[in-house]
Ligand binder design. Sequence first.
Ligand code: PLP
Length: 389
Amino acid sequence: MKLAGRLDRLPPYLFVEINRKIAELQARGKDIVDFGIGDPDLPTPSHIIERICEAAHDPANHGYPETDGLPELRQGIAQWYERRFGVALDPAKEVLPLLGSKEGIGHMALCLIEPGDVALVPDPGYPPFSMGTILAGGEPYFMALKEENDFLPDFEAIPDGIADKAKLMWLNYPNNPTGAIADLEFFEKAVHFARQHGLAVCHDAPYTEVAFDGYRAPSFMQIPEAKQVGVEFHSLSKTYHMTGWRIGMMVGNADMVNALFRVKSNLDSGVPQAIQYAAVEALRGSQEHIAKHNAIFQRRRDKLVKVLNEIGLKARMPKATFYVWARIPPGYTSMDFAKRLLDEVGVAVTPGTGYGKGGEGYIRFSLTISDDRLQEGVDRLSSWHGRRR
Ligand SMILES: *Cc1c(COP(=O)(O)O)cnc(C)c1O
């Protein structure tokens, strides 16, 4: 059998070695505190689960769904955007439910990228931005997210030749993995840059509701001209702790929404309807848990960041997302440092280079572990530092 060459163009999976090491240590009975998992540890709120169960019993939900989803869901999404961001969307033309936003992000490249085309991709960044581009036969051009620029890309640093050639630009704020945020002024600049160079913008925004210290993240769609150039991907995964149910959405430019609909209608048959009804319940029902969950993440954030800075791992206090992006001491690669933490104290973190070359020099901690385990991890890091001095 000869597999397609595009598979060879995917970079090797960086975490193989470190995951093997974790498994080995655990098999030997070693207790590992795992800060590597980016999946909320808190459960889906129970009123949402109730709705799934109820809808699952209804035979009307046992058949194939439609690719573009139930009208109630598209309306629910549009109303949520209106309520939350003051953004008006046409539920018939500017909203598309997804099987989790990762699916839509990956398939979006098929709508815009032809072999040899360029997509501008943040580095470090969420891997599906570049992988989707590569699978479509395109070339990612990596925009460095530097700490001195508050982890925002510098549009002026992108050569004109590249910007003019690019078809698409990916952005993601609040940002995974750096925890950085963007304001409306930055989004305005992005729209201007996109219009100047004739490229489409895809903004990935699953963390707008995971925010601290009273911070309210804006939507890219709040820029009046955003709909002319782009779309926003959002998800119920992080806001409603629904990662396992697989539901997200794309909103904005009607041509891009229709293009992704056409690709998807040939590849999948939509989101299971019971899950769609649960999403309607999530978007329209009580939002009380959001503040409660954020208070839990905020407490964990405060505890972790304090200790990291005490032991010389320089971390900024993130205003949003459940990640802490910490600079490691000079003299290590982020992979070597992650391995040392694992070997010497049984603490697992994600090496920054898992998100691209621009992640070198950093490691990512996720706040999605229980308070007890977080305390245990923090204690281990402190005593390790004490021993090394
Ligand atoms: C978690 C995450 C997503 C969303 O994932 P889905 O569960 O597929 O909706 C998208 N982008 C980033 C940057 C993420 O961290």
